[in-house]
Design a protein around this ligand. Sequence first.
Ligand code: NAP
Ligand code: ZN
Length: 349
Amino acid sequence: MTLARGYAASAAKERLAPYSFERRAPNADDVAIDIKFCGVCHSDIHQARDEWGGAMFPMVPGHEIAGIVTAVGANVSKFKVGDRVGVGCFVDSCTTCASRDVDLEQYMPGLVQTYNSVEADGVTPTHGGYSDHIVVKQGYVLTISANLPLDQAAPLLCAGITLYSPLKHWRAGPGKKVAIIGLGGLGHMGVKIAHAMGADVTVLSQSLAKQEDGLRFGAAHYYATSDGATFTKLAGQFDLIINTVGAAVDWNDYLQLLKIDGTMTLVGVPDAATPPVNAFRLIGSRRSLAGSMIGSVKETQEMLDFCGEHGITADIELIDIQAINEAFERVVKSDVRYRFVIDMKSLAA
Ligand code: NAP
Ligand code: ZN
């Protein structure tokens, strides 16, 4: 066992505070990682505040982890000391069921999340990346390209893959019109990745305040959803809409922006009940309403390699860990451009 230092929530809605806990010594299949940076995902806030129910405390959040390998177990062949690596939203999964064979392990009931979860033994709590080091089975560790700065690459481990996976599944690319709702952590990665895939990208944001950034990230068009004319002007335009909003917006307004056979995919998790979907919004144009959750280990590595090839990283605000509670407040107010990332050397301060 080694002592880890981090920040934890001790109960729902409590401020995060310094917390020490034990990590296992690396087993034969494990990789030990010195965590250099960890992104602050809106899901960290939902879970630390127990907005989804079933939260386990004390909770050390963080699933956008970037760091350097410090030790490897005897069976580890993929990694060596000094490698630049990432860890995303899960650290283990069921290895026997069929989903693993088709690289969809993120949808399996046996998934062990990086934090707010228990390991395969059913009792040991998992703790995430708001901490100085982590020990993870090699099959759940990702390689980060040498050309991507680790701090800006950290958010790819959740925000990046959460947008890459549906963009790829619903075939964003040349000739496709894609809209991203919400220019936050997930949304800004979606704009960059969809643009790199060759799609014609539109941002649907609450206001035009971040328009310049959206266009810089690769959007060709930018509209404010607070302006009712947006919904008339864009009716029937899009092949694919990805909704990254974590609040209860009325999906009917957005469904009418899809073409015939268009799909709206939810990745944001609403914090309250949404108005019922009007069946005519779907039936009238053979549209689909879908959902998507992160991506498999294989697809996450594919996304990291894609981002390496295209030089795609997150736009970040680097913070000390002591500022985490204020960062949470600012994320909730949509006041971040575009991802807070914790510089873990601040833990030593
Ligand atoms: P975020 O940085 O807070 O971004 C969300 C964006 O949504 C905001 O920047 C804002 O964009 C827009 N928004 C916020 N409140 C709104 C409201 N009341 N009405 C309309 N738009 C609003 O959060 P994030 O980290 O990107 O995460 C977004 C959601 O995805 C969260 O619910 C999170 O839990 C979820 N998530 C899901 C997955 C998955 O696998 N499916 C993975 C990670 C996160 P504008 O200012 O541009 O309007
Ligand atoms: Zn996340």
